[in-house]
Design a protein around this ligand. Structure first.
Ligand code: PLP
Length: 361
């Protein structure tokens, strides 16, 4: 049997050139070669975030390490934070920020719907330190339009922090052009690298707003990362050990983004998502969100009547060695979720899945 085809909405199959890097013997996380690679990584992250002026950090950890580091560095106990929640990961943002003893106000809209812009404006009528939003809600396959809500927040002097975990390098995410203040992602999604690095971007506006003496903690405090980059930059630019295999694998993945070109890569995601949707619709699967909000990196669909979602997931795995995901939260047992991220957004991959689905349909 061929190896499993991983079509869950992250992690995704490693590109062979990334796999090759990941499998190399371990190297030290300091010294001339490392410093050169680290600075290349910083440049590549700025390119991938479309944020030439941002500070960027390859924070070790899953995507959650990104929001943790932004909260430790830029929020202070009892700051008021407005969270936009229209799915599982919006609610997860609430949970993380409450754990930081922040005063969190949630503006909810139903799963599958877009942002409640009126509700956000109302919530921002009271002073808030920041608005936190998930760009691409991986639980529902909705891409939340950002422009209007960024403007609404800035009109009220609130910073905008964005979860771009399932967006970066797959969806248009013009960090600087949109005026986003802080964002984080994860290496195992559209970058098609192993899980374990959360790329974080911070605009000068947010960076300069914080007093480093008030930041909490050490490791997830980005002022610590900044200090080591400045003071140890010529031999050991990060505060701690970094797995060289992971680091070089993510570095290679970012080189591949640059080689392909960000625009071409985003266009490839859009094309493959459309190909998948068309095939699924022809079999009677229905996206749960309106057409104008459909994500190009994750599809969330209800199966045709008489075909339970759990059976689709199980039969693809057992009979075809293909892994997709089921629904989360209220969508559990009702939907399937399929990733078209990085290496998944290829015609032969999409067609292989559609062919297998036709057999179990
Ligand atoms: N935010 C979004 C939108 C996600 O899709 C995920 C994971 O799927 C996360 C956050 C959490 O990422 P991680 O599990 O890498 O911490």
């Amino acid at each position: 049997m061929r190896p499993p085809l991983l079509l869950v909405p992250g992690p995704v199959p490693l590109h062979p050139r990334v796999q090759e890097e990941f499998a190399k013997p371990a190297l030290p996380h300091y010294g001339d070669a490392w410093v050169k690679a680290y600075h290349e990584m910083v440049d590549l992250l700025r390119y991938t975030w479309s944020a030439p002026r941002a500070r960027v950090f390859p924070v070790l950890g899953p995507g959650h390490a990104g929001i943790e580091s932004l909260a430790h560095t830029f929020f202070r106990r009892r700051d008021r934070i407005v969270v936009m929640d229209n799915g599982f990961f919006g609610d997860r943002m609430r949970e993380v920020l409450v754990a930081h003893h922040l005063e969190v106000d949630v503006v909810r809209s139903p799963w599958g719907a877009g942002p409640d812009v009126t509700g956000i404006r109302k919530a921002l009528a009271r002073p808030a330190r920041a608005l936190v939003v998930v760009h691409n809600e991986t639980s529902t396959g909705v891409t939340n339009p950002l422009r209007e809500i960024v403007e609404a927040a800035h009109e009220k002097d609130a910073f905008v922090i964005v979860d771009a975990v399932s967006s970066l390098a797959g969806l248009p995410f013009p960090f600087e052009a949109l005026g986003i203040d802080g964002a984080f992602s994860a290496s195992q999604k559209c970058l098609a690298a192993p899980a374990g690095i959360s790329p974080v971007a911070v605009a000068p506006s947010l960076w300069e707003s914080a007093d480093e003496n008030d930041a909490e903690g050490w490791y997830f405090n980005l002022f610590t990362w900044d200090k080591y980059e400045r003071e140890w930059g010529d031999w050991h630019p990060t505060p701690t050990t970094i797995s060289s295999n992971l680091f070089y694998a993510v570095h290679r993945a970012l080189v591949l983004v640059k080689e392909e070109g960000l625009e071409a890569r985003i266009a490839r995601h859009a094309k493959m998502a459309a190909r998948l949707r068309e095939g699924l619709r022809a079999m009677g699967f229905r996206p749960i969100a309106p057409d104008d909000l459909l994500s190009n990196t994750v599809a969330c669909l209800a199966p045709p009547q008489g075909l339970p979602a759990a059976d689709v997931v199980r039969r693809l795995r057992e009979e075809h060695n293909i892994y997709i995901s089921g629904g989360l939260g209220p969508l559990r047992g009702k939907t399937i979720r399929i990733g078209t991220m990085g290496t998944q957004a290829e015609p032969d991959v999409v067609d292989a899945l559609l062919a297998s689905l036709r057999l179990i349909r």
